[in-house]
Design a protein around this ligand. Structure first.
Ligand code: VGL
Ligand code: ZN
Length: 206
């Protein structure tokens, strides 16, 4: 059984937001079209408490996009974004959320970031999504959303690690592209056996 996994289509990742992905809102018509075409839709929401450790503002002397070492490894520091309950954390108003069967929130532990929908950035703390999908008999994921080189990438890689068949819809995602991170993300996904398609091909096959 197939499901569409829509990663973090939230105001803060769209133009005008705190951590805007260039052209991030351009994916909305494509994502909405995909949502219509899938029987099962899961949305994720980046959902940080104020002063989250992934925020540069929680590290005196550091600036957004610096990299620091956290107990669980290397971590990029971000502008404050997707703070729980704020307008920036809300889904983009154009996103068709009604059909979602699950809205999974992540990044809510104050001390640890969670790019992936499956594991937090320690690569060990599960969100529960793998179990949810298995219990429901879902074995194949189509992944889209924001950002291609962070939360989409890590969700796709972890889904592979958990044994799912994974497709990423190329024109339904956009990247932050920090120091070449976008090219590295596509290479890492390819390497892990993630299939990459244009939405037109995905739609034609459904
Ligand atoms: C994301 C950076 C920080 C993402 C979330 O959704 O890709 N990126 N938090
Ligand atoms: Zn975040």
């Amino acid at each position: 059984m197939h499901a569409l996994l829509v990663i973090d289509v939230q105001n803060d990742f769209c133009p005008g937001g705190a951590l805007a992905v260039p052209d991030g809102d351009a994916i909305l018509p494509v994502v909405n079209h995909l949502i219509e075409a899938f029987d099962h839709v899961i949305l994720t929401q980046d959902w940080h408490p104020p002063s989250h450790r992934s925020f540069a503002s929680a590290h005196p002397g550091r600036a957004p996009f610096d990299t620091v070492t956290m107990p669980y490894g290397s971590q990029v520091l971000w502008p404050d974004h997707c703070v729980q309950g704020t307008p920036g954390a809300a889904f983009h108003p154009a996103l068709h959320t009604t059909k979602a069967e699950l809205i999974l929130r992540k990044g809510f532990r104050p001390e640890i970031d969670s790019y992936s929908a499956f594991y937090e950035n320690d690569q060990r703390t599960p969100t529960g999504l793998a179990g949810y999908l298995r219990e429901r008999g879902i074995d194949t994921l189509y992944v889209c959303g924001l950002a291609a080189d962070f939360c989409v990438k890590w969700s796709a890689l972890d889904a592979r690690r958990e044994g799912f068949t994974v497709h990423v819809v190329e024109d339904a995602t956009r990247g932050i592209d920090q120091d070449g991170s976008l090219a590295r993300a596509w290479a890492a996904m390819q390497e892990a056996g993630v299939h990459v398609h244009a939405s037109a091909d995905v739609m034609a096959a459904r």
